[in-house]
Ligand binder design. Structure first.
Ligand code: FAD
Length: 439
């Protein structure tokens, strides 16, 4: 039997840098791969896949390391670390970017903004382009320009057989369909080609904080304003440890135009605090980097909501009740606009009719609180299930196969399972929100 060499920088548990390389965003994740290979070329990735299969090692693929469950880190397996493949090349005339499979969102934003361009990217710059794009990709530009996956023109993929293929509308079109939302199930993406948009460099952040007692009418008023909001505005709401109810929006484009929308918020009543702040698009894209930072223990429950009546507003503000010190931070982000322009059948990504995405996010440091914090996050999201149309695959945590079914729905899941049987019948890539191959 021929044996494939492992190329790239190989780290074993006794090597300097091993612990840094296996650390991910959620500090609850403490798994120890047998080997970590830091891949700097596509050939390194091909060799890693072949090596793992020849040695029967479980594969984990790491880009930004932001999966809540730490799905990039295999216990006693081979961690394929794509972060050295972090380059971004922009063609400003063609308005496209070629982004390597291990790049972080910050690298993409910085490279495109030099030309006043951007494509939809998430809200925290140390998130990976890889995992975010493969699951869909929601960000402040999505209502204007679609989800991140809607802006992918082609993918370069290393398959489970160690072959390198391109997936686009014309090459491997079914794979192209599945990669747009189906996650890392079908191969390792070594580069993405993105469509870019002229978005300028300016943004506006608007937030009003209200007393908890006013939560329901304020959230209902905010919901009604959202129904007619321009696409430049993405409505946001949140309740955190202060108990105050935050409502507002993020605007990408001319801040003066965004300011005109603030007049409508006067009808919501008198806020305790008010923020109307002009900032650059790059500042916007990094402003949550520290609250979304590393070294905390984390647990999330997410839901897609397709309605938000008064009862849902009440449950949102209550954060599940119980001990206030344990309650998670609750947030809502509006969908709609260009996300809905794309037909549901166009891509594996599901639930384009979502009104708001809800996340109940717990963050703590003491391992003794693990069970209570997770229970409190479940209790906070639970009552909102009644208003849900599904769940975002990139926000799933420990829901398992039932969560994956809910994320895609029966019809799309059957199509994805057939695609998995074609490209990865042995389920080599299973450390993800897994789609089992059709039998
Ligand atoms: P990783 O843990 O490295 O990877 C996640 C999964 O994708 C793993 O299964 C991995 O194997 C696979 N994968 C990664 N790269 C590749 C690749 N190149 N080829 C094949 N498989 C790959 N989502 C949004 O849509 N919008 C947001 O604004 C947003 N904000 C977030 C903020 C924070 C702080 C966090 C923690 C998450 C956020 N998310 C957001 C969710 C995010 O999209 C998912 O956590 C996503 O999985 C992160 O991707 P990653 O590459 O950073 O993670």
């Amino acid at each position: 039997m021929t044996t494939t060499p492992l190329t790239g920088q190989v780290l074993s548990p006794t090597d300097l840098g091993y612990d840094d390389a296996r650390s991910v965003w959620n500090a609850m994740v403490d798994r120890r791969p047998r080997l970590i290979v830091r891949c700097g070329t596509v050939a390194d990735v091909v060799n890693a896949v072949r090596y793992a299969r020849e040695h029967d090692l479980e594969i984990g693929v790491r880009c930004g390391g932001h999966s809540v469950l730490g799905l990039s880190v295999p216990a006693d397996g081979l961690m394929i670390d794509l972060t050295p493949l972090g380059g971004v090349t922009v063609d400003p005339a063609a308005r496209t970017a070629r982004v390597q499979g291990g790049a972080l969102l910050g690298a993409l934003d910085r490279a495109t903004q030099r030309h006043g361009l951007a494509t939809t990217a998430g809200n925290v710059s140390h998130t990976g382009v890889g995992g975010l794009t493969l699951g869909g990709g929601m960000g402040w530009l999505a209502r204007q320009h679609g989800l991140t996956c809607d802006n992918v023109l082609s993918y370069e993929v290393v398959t489970a057989d160690g072959e390198v293929v391109t997936a686009s509308r014309t090459e491997h079109p079914e794979l192209f369909w599945g990669l747009r939302g189906g996650g890392g199930n079908f191969g390792i993406v070594t580069s993405f080609e993105f469509r870019l948009h002229e978005v300028g460099t300016r943004a506006l952040l608007v937030n009003y904080s209200f007393d908890p007692a006013d939560a329901v009418p304020v959230l209902e008023g905010w919901r009604d304003l959202n129904a007619t909001a321009p696409r430049q505005a993405t409505f946001t709401a949140g309740v955190g440890s202060s108990g105050l109810v935050d409502v507002g929006f993020v605007w990408v484009g001319d801040p003066a135009a965004g300011r005109r929308l603030t007049a409508d918020f006067a009808a919501l009543g008198r806020p305790r605090q008010e923020t109307v702040r002009e900032l650059s698009y790059l500042e916007l894209q990094t402003m949550e980097d520290s609250t979304g930072g590393h070294h905390f223990r984390r647990y999330w429950k997410g839901l897609y909501l397709d309605r938000f009546p008064a009862e849902a507003a009440e449950a949102f503000a209550a954060r599940g009740g119980g001990d206030p010190a344990l309650r998670p931070a609750m947030s809502l982000q509006a969908y709609g606009g260009a996300i809905q322009d794309v037909p549901e059948s166009e891509a594996a990504y599901a639930q384009r009719g979502t009104l708001f995405e809800l996340v109940a996010a717990a963050r703590w440091t003491d391992p003794a609180e693990d069970a209570d914090r997770m229970a409190a996050a479940r209790a906070a999201a639970g009552p909102l299930d009644a208003y849900s149309c599904g769940v975002y695959v990139n926000v799933l945590s420990d829901e398992g196969a039932a969560g994956v079914r809910r994320a895609f729905g029966a019809e799309k899941l059957a199509r994805l399972a057939a695609l998995k049987r074609t490209y990865d019948p042995a389920n080599v890539f299973h450390l993800n929100q897994n789609i089992a191959p059709a039998s």
